[in-house]
Design a protein around this ligand. Sequence first.
Ligand SMILES: Nc1ncnc2c1ncn2[C@@H]1O[C@H](COP(=O)(O)OP(=O)(O)OP(=O)(O)O)[C@@H](O)[C@H]1O
Ligand SMILES: [Mg+2]
Length: 326
Amino acid sequence: MAEPILTAEGLGVAFETPDGTVRAVTDLSFTLNKGECLGIVGESGSGKSQTFLAALGLLADNGTASGTVTFQGQNLLDLTQQKLNTIRGDRITMIFQDALTGLTPHMRMGDQLGEVLIAHQGLTKTAAPQRVLDLITRLRIPDPEKRLRMYPHELSGGMRQRMMIAMALLCEPDILIADEPTTALDVTIQAQVLHLLGGLKKHTKTSIILVTHDLGVVAGLCDRVMVMYAGRMVEQALVNELFYDPKHPYTRGLLASMPRLTDDVGDKTGRLSAIPGQPPNLQDMPGGCAFAPRCAAVQARCHTERPPLTQRDGMRRLACHLEGAS
Ligand SMILES: Nc1ncnc2c1ncn2[C@@H]1O[C@H](COP(=O)(O)OP(=O)(O)OP(=O)(O)O)[C@@H](O)[C@H]1O
Ligand SMILES: [Mg+2]
């Protein structure tokens, strides 16, 4: 039976700018279950990162969050920065597109990883270095001793990303939020990082949220997928349901823009920009369905009535007028 570990209800994120209010996330409700990997996909600017930055109290100064994000019985949005600090990096870890953001610049990698062990697993200062070295060796990071003596900026992007995942493996957080963890990396390193994430999923109880542009990555790792468009959820389903039977025209567009296995491997980036047109201006949202101006199957009412998100068969949730509730 699925047991929720993180639940967002009516989450909103708004930024005040000189040109008006930017609504980055609107009325977003979703659940992450224990032990599952939830994929979040959507084009650039659809609100993926701000959703999780809001949950962890990391929004920019001009941003405010509304609604609730419940973790262990408390609304994260109500907590003080001090309380959030103890949750971040302990119970909930976030890794970013560039892992430099999550590492302490003036500490050698070995010391950073060692500190995690001392803090989370109660190891002594003398025992920690050997355990760190064991883990890094097991992760097949080449030249482990040399790498552990380095500072974060001395490592390559892919190596930093692997160190971040090692850190997550050491502290076994309840939740790991990986925001585009492989976007900046080349294909070989991507594969290694994904392999590590797969190991984390398999060997620990950590629940994973994986934010990505790459539907191939979602197919390989995630149990469930949430598709976002212009700050809202438009579809959610189990991975297989979504890949074999996408219902929302936007989801269909995303899948159609994905390179096929039979395609030449030249462009394996899975970029989602192939849907014609642009996402709407978040400062001036259209009255009806936000996707209507780009939708190949648009009907008259889509321009005036926003389709509510409703529960469909199985685990699916969908916000579209075209697909009647079945
Ligand atoms: N401080 C800010 N002030 C105003 N607008 C902001 C601010 N931070 C983010 N936004 C806007 O919020 C929207 C959602 O941003 P978000 O970072 O969540 O997108 P994303 O889905 O993660 O995109 P990407 O795939 O490019 O990372 C964007 O339109 C962005 O410009
Ligand atoms: Mg982002």
